[in-house]
Design a protein around this ligand. Sequence first.
Ligand code: NI
Ligand code: MN
Length: 229
Amino acid sequence: MAIQIKWLGHAGFALDIDGHQVLIDPFLSGNPLAPIGVDAIAADFILLSHGHGDHVSDTPAIARRTGATVVANVEIGTWLQDKHGLEEVYAINTGGGVQLPFGRVELTIAHHSSSLPDGSYGGMPNGILIFTNDGKTLYHAGDTTVFAEMQWIGEAGIDVAMLPIGDYYTMGPAGALRAVGLIRPKIVIPMHYNTFDVIAQDAAAWAQRVVHETDAKPVVLKPGDVYSL
Ligand code: NI
Ligand code: MN
């Protein structure tokens, strides 16, 4: 089974898991770094970490055009159904998961907030775990600070962790470095930085610290770059 991981800038990723097109937090229309537009991106599934506009805003348009199935927490899932008319939605909750054709998707905790773009209550923010059918485990932390239970998440054996390093809205480089030490992923990809001035970071410098201070291999992508696992 082949897994390709394309960074869409910000917290957005387009995963190709054995031919299934899986988007995480696609944020394209308001993202100055987006390498592809809402009207062109392929999607079979869209996984959402929380309700903020820089994570959910493009989901209705992408899902309507592609027919993609959405996985989100119950408040976001219900909002997408009731406010945007989406039908193919798994509205799950923290600790719960759903079996999809490429593997199991589970929501885990994150420490952040989660209002929806129209002010609706967005439930609790989440991280996303993907357990692929051939035994690979991916962890997208969502927007979060570092927290001690990342060590438990890491006990699943994380092949790839996608962690925010931007600071301001999430943990910054120092917190993310501590998170790598707790999660102990084989590979770590930084995200949620450089989209806006307030989250500008030197990812290459951060990656050097990962190399010297942890056992993980950092992979710094440019928007549109693909890492093959
Ligand atoms: Ni957020
Ligand atoms: Mn965000």
